[in-house]
Ligand binder design. Structure first.
Ligand SMILES: [Zn+2]
Length: 257
């Protein structure tokens, strides 16, 4: 299992290309790319309505603001635009904090049994924390350059916590399923534990106490959220039909590769 951490946190060199073209996407990998390209909302917990979603754009405006020190009219224009966008920035910042708290709660309260799933949660939590710190720094940089004074910043309503939970769940499940569809889980007992972990996260983040076995909760989410369908291939161990995109039997956990 040691290699898994490297696979998740690293660049996934052996999993590029066609393997990702399926139903599931590796959000953690995409988040890394977004952070790398300077986007402000790497986890897409919230997409900005103001085109205010890129560090470079915002820092570009700040530089211009400083440059226009001799042109008060132009400077005021840029300053006004930056100040108008502050409520949106504050909203994103607050939602990152909520999202981080949700991830920490999962990590602390759910007794996760696999390194694969704990790594995914830890990585997502770190990304959220990093995004939060980046946005705080941006906020501070704006404050330092523009004299906001005692002007009140409007407070926008936050996205409900339950809907942030659903978004995080989808990201987590996508990551788990990308790894499953790539066949990285090598044995039956590991597969059972991954499905148990995933089901516990589903119950917790959807706040549903499904009275079903874990594998049923997992299959239900798979079908409901991803419209996953069973194909014609049967499990070589128990004969159950397999989902087309996943080389594991959700019934007996056998790897069918
Ligand atoms: Zn089976």
């Amino acid at each position: 299992m040691v290699g898994l951490k490297v696979l998740i946190i690293g660049r996934l060199p052996m999993m590029g290309g066609a393997a990702f073209m399926g139903l599931f996407s590796d959000y953690l990998e995409e988040n890394r790319d977004r952070v790398g390209s300077g986007e402000i909302d790497p986890c897409l917990i919230l997409s900005s309505n103001y085109g205010f979603n890129n560090y470079d754009t915002v820092y570009g405006s700040l530089d211009k603001y400083v440059e226009y020190a001799n042109n008060i009219k132009a400077q005021n224009e840029i300053g006004k635009e930056l100040i108008n966008n502050l409520p949106e920035l504050e909203k994103i910042k607050a939602e990152y904090l909520v999202a981080s708290k949700i991830m920490l709660k999962c990590l602390n309260n759910l007794d996760l049994q696999t390194e694969l799933v704990s790594d995914i949660l830890e990585t997502l939590e770190k990304q959220l924390d990093q995004a939060y710190k980046q946005i705080c720094k941006l906020r501070k940089d704006i404050d330092n350059k523009i004299k906001i004074g005692s002007r009140e910043i409007a407070v926008l309503p936050l996205e409900p916590e339950s809907s942030i939970q659903k978004r995080l769940l989808k990201q987590i499940m996508n990551c788990i399923l990308v790894h499953m569809s790539n066949g990285v889980i090598i044995n039956t007992s590991e597969c059972r534990r991954v499905i148990n972990d995933a089901s516990n996260i589903i119950r917790s983040l959807l706040m549903e106490n499904y009275a079903w076995p874990n594998k049923k909760v997992f299959a239900y989410y798979l079908e409901k959220q991803f419209q996953a369908k069973k194909g014609k291939t049967r499990c070589k161990n128990c004969g159950e039909l397999l989902y087309r995109e996943i080389p594991y039997c959700i019934n007996c956990f056998e790897r069918n590769l």
